[in-house]
Design a protein around this ligand. Structure first.
Ligand code: GLC
Length: 803
């Protein structure tokens, strides 16, 4: 079943049936001001932090209320509805609705009772408040009198937990006032007599506002209970039912902002108003509202600016292939998803309620990879930041606080860090993610000077980027387990696999092997010959060890526990075949071609399903070792044999690196949101964004997906598609073109901006191959192989690659 379609021209996903299987959401705003909105206008807003800057309330767990509600009431008939289908929820036989989730905005239109409404929600570019612009058109043949009302449910405290849990306190600090065109909410308003620089117990007055522009307020309400009325819900608030909000404010109650205006529309007439919401002192709020006195042109202009800004990033890579699903994901939705994880990490969604108040090291360093080809400058800033969260012993801080202060942070070696973050120790993999990320950035941009940039460490000292990377290698070598592979420490990529501080993970070993390959490239570039030689020797010996310890006939095992148990070997009763060691054996370059193919074939046979490959098989149940935390999950779920979507990206990449275009693309399609648009009742998540996992074949809800938007899947699949399937593989001096595609792709095109130059690449595949290169022609000149040295590039380039 489908609920909508992709409008690729406008980069919008259009929901035509609002009764979606789950709230289907969009993100608005920037790190300064974030807003999440569903297709039924449910969702919440926050300034800077979902945990500590929460402005709007939201009830989690698919209840999808409250939200940014706009009610429309016909004052002659007393009938009322909402500009989004919910919360009033009119019969869909009479009520027509369309929601367009776009890049940085959401537009919900409705047709009911000959009134057409369009509610446009967005955060203006560079601003820290939100706009709900409403245009209403009278499509009947007679004059209509309407009451338009907006409702925003404020939290009583900016800290999400205080608002939800500590009611004996938070109920008694909030109050609202009406100030002509707005409701002002004050938290700790009684501190207004105390000078700003002398706060009490670190508290001072915080103000939020909900304002109206483009019409006179006819009635208002600042108190949630008064707005709803006893035993009423969001679907029939008393003041909406009767067309008068009763002019109440709150004092020791749940605050809200509700404002009504009365308009008269002649037949055919349109009127636009705007509700404004934010966390700002009342005087600044007044300024904001003034900007929207004439809402229609202002809103149109701001929307254009927002789109232009997004397009300027997304236009840096455009593909046109025979697969509409691939194109829409790579050109718009996967890319946009990558930016959202880049911006919000795992902080705020309809699953993450905001309390993860910092950046996970590995997550963030991986997330950066998804946007490097689109916005390398943004990536660079975050790479610097993450390098500044590396401890001077080379390890990464497991959690990097939003308030991170380089040079001044405690580390997992300090009890204070452990207590504050809840992260008890270093993780074996964190700093190793830096290698592919830094390499991808330098290759995309050619900015080799970055290797010499000096960046502080998290705790103390500073060093060049090159030295930071050397320390990361040293960290792994200083923390080896009994067999000589990197020690398990607290965990590796898999949070639910605790091999023990002295256990050893093959995944980390493979990452480490790969890290040395990358560092060798940098060392060669820097003519650091002694170090090159050191790395060569170390890597060779290390590689032999990993081969000996981890290759088990037709698979790589998952590692060794502290007590010496080998995990993931064929003979084990459970979890005897794991996905990530197979794909990473190929990605890391450790597997021989024969091993790689055998391991990947085994994945296809043992782990693959129609919705993607499961993480391991069989699930843990009766034979979990002590650290096999995955057993806490139902079978077929998350790390316990779920289809952990992030791993699908690595699998796509591994198959593509082996030149297996059919398989790579099959894996792309299996877990691609867009490919499941027509079976949304099974997948349930938005068909335009990735989720953390899909339930595997051991679950009775096989195919159902969870944890939308903020997931490492966005970046791994992006890399799998761009570097893998499309085969765009930059290195320090140029760009290699190695597509791995389905045989049926006879022709496709790529437009890419590379180091400021425009490339138009046509790939011809007359002989229906999966990979390989017969010829590469750059601006009419035939090149030796599939490599384009940067110095041959002009400002605009025509490239023809024949497979
Ligand atoms: C979650 C975590 C990530 C971890 C993964 C696998 O996605 O955010 O850090 O690698 O689970 O356990």
């Amino acid at each position: 079943m489908k609920y909508g379609y992709f409008d690729n021209e406008n980069r919008e996903y259009v929901i035509t049936n609002p009764a979606t299987p789950a709230p289907w959401v969009n993100y608005l705003g920037s790190p300064e001001y974030g807003a999440i909105i569903s297709n039924n206008a449910g969702g919440y807003s926050f300034a800077k932090s979902g945990a500590n800057g929460r402005i709007l309330r939201y009830v989690f767990n698919n209840f999808d209320q409250p939200g940014r509600y706009i009610y429309i009431r016909d004052d002659r008939s007393s009938d009322f509805w909402s500009a989004s289908w919910q919360p009033v929820g009119k019969d869909l036989a009479q009520y027509k609705s369309e929601c367009r989730h776009g890049i940085g905005y959401t537009k919900i239109s409705a047709d009911y009772s000959d009134i057409h409404s369009e509610a446009l929600y967005y955060v203006p570019l560079g601003k820290s408040y939100e706009v709900w612009a409403l245009s209403v058109t009278n499509h009947s043949d007679h004059e209509r009198n309407l009451t338009l009302s907006g409702y925003a449910e404020f939290t009583n405290h900016s800290n999400y937990e205080q608002d939800q849990v500590n009611l004996q306190y938070s109920l008694f600090i909030s109050r609202t006032l009406f100030e002509g065109n707005r409701i002002t909410q004050q938290i700790h308003g009684n501190l207004d007599a105390i000078p700003e620089n002398e706060n009490v117990d670190e508290k001072n007055v915080t103000e939020r506002f909900f304002g109206l522009a483009g019409a006179e307020v006819s009635s208002y309400c600042g108190d949630k209970n008064e707005f709803l009325g006893s035993y009423h819900g969001y679907g029939n608030p008393e003041g909406i039912v009767c067309g008068d909000l009763g002019d109440k404010t709150s004092y020791n109650e749940n605050s809200c902002g509700a404002l009504s205006c009365k308009i008269t529309l002649k037949a055919g007439e349109t009127r636009t108003i705007a509700f404004l919401l934010g966390m700002k002192p009342s005087s600044e709020a007044a300024e904001v509202i003034r900007c929207y006195e004439n809402p229609a042109p202002t809103v149109a202009e701001e929307l254009e600016a927002l789109k232009a800004d997004w397009n300027s990033k997304l236009d840096n890579l455009k593909v046109s292939t025979p697969s509409p699903e691939f194109d829409t994901m790579i050109n718009t939705w996967n890319a946009y998803n990558c930016f959202m994880t880049f911006i919000w990490s795992r902080a705020a969604s309809f699953i993450y309620c905001g309390l993860r108040n910092g950046y996970g090291y590995r997550d963030t360093v991986q997330d950066i990879q998804g946007i490097i080809h689109l916005a390398p400058e943004m990536a660079l800033e975050k790479i610097r930041f993450m390098l500044s969260a590396q401890v001077n012993n080379g390890g990464g801080l497991p959690l990097v606080k939003f308030t991170h202060t380089p040079g001044k942070e405690d580390t997992p070696d300090d009890a204070s860090y452990v207590q504050e973050t809840g992260h008890p120790a270093y993780r074996a993999d964190d700093a190793l993610w830096l290698f592919p990320t830094v390499y991808k950035y330098i290759s995309e941009t050619g900015n080799t000077a970055f290797l010499d940039e000096v960046i502080p460490f998290a705790n103390k000292d500073e060093a060049t980027v090159y030295e930071h990377l050397k320390r990361a290698v040293a960290f792994s070598l200083n923390h080896l387990g009994p067999h000589g592979m990197p020690a398990g420490l607290y965990a590796d990529w898999n949070d639910c696999l605790r091999l023990g501080a002295n256990g050893e993970s093959s995944f980390v070993a493979l990452q480490f092997y790969y890290a040395m390959t990358i560092l060798k490239i940098f060392a060669e570039y820097k003519k650091d010959t002694e170090y090159v030689q050191y790395l060569e020797e170390t890597q060779k010996a290390f590689g032999e060890k990993v081969q000996e310890l981890c290759w088990d006939n037709d698979r790589f095992v998952r590692g060794y526990t502290e007590s010496g148990e080998r995990i993931g070997e064929a003979a084990a009763p459970e979890a005897n075949m794991w996905l990530n060691p197979q794909s990473w054996a190929v990605i890391s370059g450790l597997a021989s071609p024969e091993q790689g193919d055998a391991a990947l074939n085994n994945v296809y046979e043992r782990l693959n399903t129609k919705y993607g490959a499961i993480l391991m098989d069989p699930p843990y149940h009766a034979h979990a070792f002590d650290g096999a935390l995955a057993v806490i999950y139902n079978q077929g779920t998350k790390e316990n044999s779920g289809i952990f979507s992030q791993s699908q990206g690595w699998l796509i990449l591994a198959e593509a690196l082996r030149g297996h275009g059919e398989r790579a693309f099959t894996y792309f399609m299996e877990n691609s949101p867009a490919a499941q648009n027509d079976c949304a009742e099974i997948r349930r998540l938005e068909p335009y964004c990735y989720g953390q996992f899909t339930e595997g074949k051991a679950s009775k809800h096989f195919g159902r997906s969870h944890v939308h938007w903020l997931t490492g899947t966005a970046s791994t699949v992006m890399v799998g598609c761009v570097e893998g399937i499309l085969g765009l593989r930059p290195d320090l001096e140029g760009l290699r073109l190695s597509p791995s595609v389905p045989k049926s792709w006879k022709h496709f095109e790529i437009e890419k901006v590379f180091r400021g130059k425009q490339l138009h690449i046509s790939v011809e595949n007359p002989d229906e191959k999966e990979s390989g290169c017969c010829s590469l022609v750059l601006n009419g000149q035939k090149l030796a192989d599939n490599y384009i040295p940067e110095n041959l590039l002009q400002d605009k380039n025509e490239v023809i690659l024949t497979l």
